[in-house]
Design a protein around this ligand. Structure first.
Ligand code: HEC
Length: 105
């Protein structure tokens, strides 16, 4: 409860800035589409060290990896764990999330 209030508060601060609109959308999607469960709150501390850190990753690369995991083209390592949730995100949403991930300092 407390955490969700803090998250909602920081989201609205980010959303208040026009320049950061895409950032806010990508972040909202990241939180909403279960990504946070495995990749951590700020994409910096994954659930286990076997899962990747995503913060600061190149947007183009992250976008491609998400599409490949979604389509099954990438099926190495632990990617099966993630494939199960990828029906939740469209190509447009994947783009927004990739942009957000690349902008995390
Ligand atoms: C059930 C756990 C789980 C969930 C939920 C999950 N992921 Fe992942 N994700 C993984 C794992 C595990 C990998 C690494 C797969 C491998 O070992 O090759 C991964 C890989 C990635 C990669 C590629 C990283 C790289 O360096 O190649 C990106 C980007 C990514 N996830 C983004 C997301 C986003 C965005 C969401 C939400 C829509 C999400 N993930 C939801 C577990 C998860």
């Amino acid at each position: 409860m407390k955490l969700s209030l803090i998250l909602a508060g920081s989201l609205s601060i980010v959303a208040a800035s026009f320049a950061s609109q895409a950032f806010a959308d990508g972040k909202a999607l990241y939180l909403e589409k279960t990504c946070i469960a495995c990749h951590g709150k700020d994409a910096k501390k994954p659930l286990t060290p076997e899962y990747p850190k995503l913060a600061g990753q190149n947007a183009k690369y992250a976008e491609k990896q998400m599409q490949d995991i979604k389509s099954g083209a990438r099926a190495n390592g632990n990617s099966a764990a993630m494939k199960g949730v990828m029906h939740l995100v469209s190509d447009e949403e994947i783009k927004e999330i990739a942009k957000y991930l690349s902008e995390i300092k």
